[in-house]
Write a protein that binds this ligand. Structure first.
Ligand SMILES: [Mg+2]
Length: 443
């Protein structure tokens, strides 16, 4: 059955007006109407579109809308404009140019891709701590726990795409489904630059008409064998008796494919071992020389880092300010607390002081990236309260917790801590966006 376009490149499996009406007219999505959201798919597979080429197009306006090949000799990535000419990667430069003579070849800049990846994963972890990285540009997110505060899965997917586009300047496609396997299949259907949402109960309706090559574990050899026994679609595969399939491609492989063709995938989203530090950073594009402007960017980062500490039930003993200057040199400045903390006000005050120590460097060289990391982390054990009590300057933790809740519900720029603002003019300036992307000042 053909997929139906809903709005802003959102596709669901079921065609017809009922879905369109439901999704457009009511928010949250219709499947929460029947009481609770248990019947809502909770796994997102987020995959950046033509990642390396998109970073190149983001950073050089002259490349936008044009076929771009990243590499030299060997082409490792192609923009969608180049893919439309039939270029698939990896390939060699000559073959790619033969298909796409107008293509512009640019050398890879892996540092830039790593930095973009860090920024994107930062945004993923704003949605949920349950993020499983599959590679530099794709991840699974389990959003089941986040829905009560952030809304239905489809809304979370929409907002995630908008955040990555606005704050990092890159397109990301998202598949939403009930299992990891199916979410990954769906993100391919979402490309480029869209969402593909598979409602609960309609998984097989979406999956079965697809060619078997869309399944994980079906490479050219398996594909050939399956074709030879008359299997071309996932639905045809699902109907083959297990013994017949086993004798063709081997029992273990057959069992795996039959399971996924029935959307049986019990794997959970696995997060990495607990991190040793929690950090966030912002690329600023053109160099910034203004201390107040940097302070604003840093305050937003402080909010983000301290919120994550609290979400992770951890306290930090050390905070480290990181900066990169226009000549690509980097510096770090650290501060250690007498007692570990997760309080935004204390972390913010330390960050402010650290920034102040770099004043001369900022004026001379201009800052292109600013970040803050919290490290020397310890568990926040409520049964072992930090001493001494009543210490001056210790903020009421209830304020932070209430703000965390507001941020989750209304977005990170909904509420700003006036107590962190040193000057009234900073407070006024908070009408501006808190985050800069690499594109600012370029076009
Ligand atoms: Mg990708």
């Amino acid at each position: 059955m053909p997929a139906a376009e809903i709005c802003e490149h959102v596709f669901v499996t079921r065609a017809g007006a009922s879905d369109r009406d439901a999704l457009d007219s009511t928010d949250p999505a219709p499947d929460t109407a029947g009481g609770g959201d248990r019947r809502e798919p909770g796994i997102l597979h987020a995959d950046l579109d033509a990642f390396f080429a998109s970073v190149e197009q983001r950073d050089d306006p002259a490349l936008r809308g044009r076929p771009v090949l990243v590499g030299g000799g060997v082409i490792v990535a192609a923009s969608y404009e180049a893919k439309r000419c039939g270029v698939s990667t990896p390939t060699n430069e000559r073959a790619a140019k033969a298909l796409c003579p107008d293509a512009i070849v640019v050398p890879p800049r892996f540092e830039a891709y790593l930095e973009a990846s860090r920024l994107v994963f930062d945004r993923f972890r704003d949605v949920t701590p349950a993020v499983e990285a599959l590679s530099i540009d794709e991840a699974f997110l389990d959003v089941r726990g986040a829905r009560r505060l952030l809304g239905p899965s489809l809304e979370i997917a929409r907002r995630l795409r908008a955040t990555v586009r606005d704050e990092v300047g890159l397109p990301v496609s998202v598949g939403v489904a009930s299992t990891k396997f199916l979410a990954k299949v769906a993100s391919v259907s979402a490309k480029p630059d869209g969402i593909f949402y598979v409602p609960c109960g309609e998984e097989l309706e979406y999956l079965h008409p697809l060619p078997v090559e869309r399944l994980w574990g079906v490479g050219p050899k398996t594909s050939e064998r399956l074709h030879s026994i008359g299997v071309r679609t996932v639905g045809e595969l699902a109907r083959i008796p297990p013994a017949a399939l086993g004798s063709s491609i081997g029992r273990a492989h057959a069992a795996h494919l039959l399971a996924v063709s029935a959307n049986l995938d019990p794997r959970r989203v696995v997060t990495r071992p607990r991190r040793r530090s929690i950090g966030s950073q912002n690329a600023l594009g053109r160099p910034r020389y203004d201390l107040d402007e940097l302070e604003r960017a840093l305050l937003a980062i402080v909010d983000r880092v301290s919120r994550r500490l609290r979400a992770d039930d951890r306290l930090a003993r050390t905070v480290t300010l990181r900066m990169r200057f226009s000549d690509s040199t980097r510096i770090t400045r650290s501060h250690s607390f007498g007692d570990a903390t997760d309080a935004t006000a204390r972390i913010g005050a330390a960050a402010h002081d650290l920034l102040g120590t770099t004043r001369a460097l900022i004026r001379r060289d201009g800052v292109t990236l600013i970040g803050l990391a919290a490290s020397n982390l310890v568990p926040n054990d409520p049964f072992q309260p930090t001493l001494p009590f009543g210490r001056a300057g210790r903020a009421d933790p209830r304020i932070d917790l209430a703000l965390d809740d507001l941020h989750r519900r209304f977005g990170t720029s909904s509420v700003v801590r006036a107590s962190l603002l040193e000057h009234a003019r900073l407070r006024e300036a908070f009408g501006e966006p808190l985050y800069e992307t690499d594109q600012s000042g370029r076009d």
